[in-house]
Ligand binder design. Structure first.
Ligand code: GRF
Length: 209
């Protein structure tokens, strides 16, 4: 009997920095439920690029300054990701906004990980915003990306209680393991076709099974 080979979802990962989330994906879903077929960076010397190269994953660099405008950059990047066969785009520390044109190239198939319990503290310095507000519960959100800032439908969230936190590094250290678990989990669900949107409320992502 021929064993059933599970189809691997081709995914692209967009990065701008350290790449610990990319590393988590390379160590979990890559080669299993998914295949990372491309890593694109907005920053030429992002350490994340070396992590991709170390696993033989093709990398591309698309700095905004090398293009006439954001739209032109987004088009070049979308072209490259589609040439590589990506069917899901994962933002893992990608520090730029993506325009409607880019999102239309991957409809319903762009996800992001953000270090707060959205809709609290969207945008930059989410952990700093949360500390400044004085919250006692922090957390991580994986969500679909729309044209707003961290405003798309929530896929997964996980919280951690830190009653005495003062230092962003301490909060980041507590959130890292959550991010590194939730992002692969969301990709597995997407790859299984287990994510759908509630017909009556398109903000509500339904997890099948
Ligand atoms: C993570 O905290 C993620 O939530 C945010 O950017 C950071 C990226 O970290 N969007 P890394 O580059 O994956 O280490």
């Amino acid at each position: 009997m021929v064993p059933r080979v599970q189809e691997q979802l081709p995914i692209a990962v967009l990065v701008s920095g350290t790449g610990t989330n990319l590393q988590a994906l390379l160590e979990t879903v890559h080669g299993h439920e998914a295949q990372v077929v491309a890593v694109a960076s907005s920053v030429a010397d992002a350490p994340a690029l070396a992590r991709a190269a170390a696993r033989g994953v093709p990398t591309g660099v698309f700095p905004r300054v090398q293009y006439q405008d954001r739209k032109t950059r987004d088009r070049a990047m979308a072209d490259w990701l589609q040439e590589r066969g990506a069917r899901l785009v994962v933002l893992a520390g990608y520090m730029e906004l993506l325009g409607e044109d880019f999102l239309a190239r991957f409809p319903g198939a762009v996800i992001n990980v953000h270090p707060s319990l959205l809709p609290a503290f969207p945008g930059l310095e989410a952990i700093g915003q949360a500390l400044a507000y004085g919250v006692k519960v922090f957390g991580v959100t994986v969500h679909f990306v729309d044209a707003g800032v961290d405003s798309g439908p929530v896929i997964l969230q996980r919280a951690v209680e830190l009653q005495h936190a003062r230092d962003p590094e301490e909060v980041l250290a507590a959130l890292r393991p959550l991010e590194h678990a939730l992002l692969p989990q969301a990709i597995r669900l997407f790859a299984q076709g287990a994510l759908s949107v509630d017909a009556e409320n398109p903000r509500r992502v339904v997890l099948d099974g």
